[in-house]
Design a protein around this ligand. Structure first.
Ligand SMILES: [Zn+2]
Length: 116
């Protein structure tokens, strides 16, 4: 399950950041996930709930900013949403001129906590 290892990595990162800032209780976590990562948001949430048990993030709210895949055709100079991972320009039908501009994101945007 890919989602689990992603969330495990996130938890390690969170723990490191929290420790560096002397935060003892994490209250809010914001994750940015691009569509092209192929991750299931519900599964990410489920893994988060499992992994935070017994940690300083156990009562944290998880926010997931899901970024739809977007492509740009260098031939038409147009930007468009990519449906179903298909890398083809909807205007000229060319696939070689299309590059993805959004949807590859996967990072911890921010988190909040207290120093109680
Ligand atoms: Zn095009």
């Amino acid at each position: 399950m890919h989602e689990f290892s992603v969330m495990e990595g996130l938890m390690t990162l969170l723990a490191d950041h929290a420790q560096a800032h002397a935060i003892t209780r994490i209250t809010r976590v914001r994750l940015v996930v691009g569509q092209l990562r192929g991750l299931d948001v519900n599964q990410l949430r489920g893994c988060f709930d499992l992994l935070v048990e017994g940690t300083s993030a156990r009562s944290a709210t998880l926010e997931i900013d899901f970024v739809p895949a977007e492509g740009h055709c260098d031939r038409c100079d147009k930007t468009f949403v990519l449906p179903n991972f298909v890398l083809t320009c909807p205007v000229c039908g060319d696939s070689r001129a299309v590059r993805t501009t959004k949807g590859r994101e996967l990072y911890l945007e921010k988190f909040e906590g207290t120093k109680e």
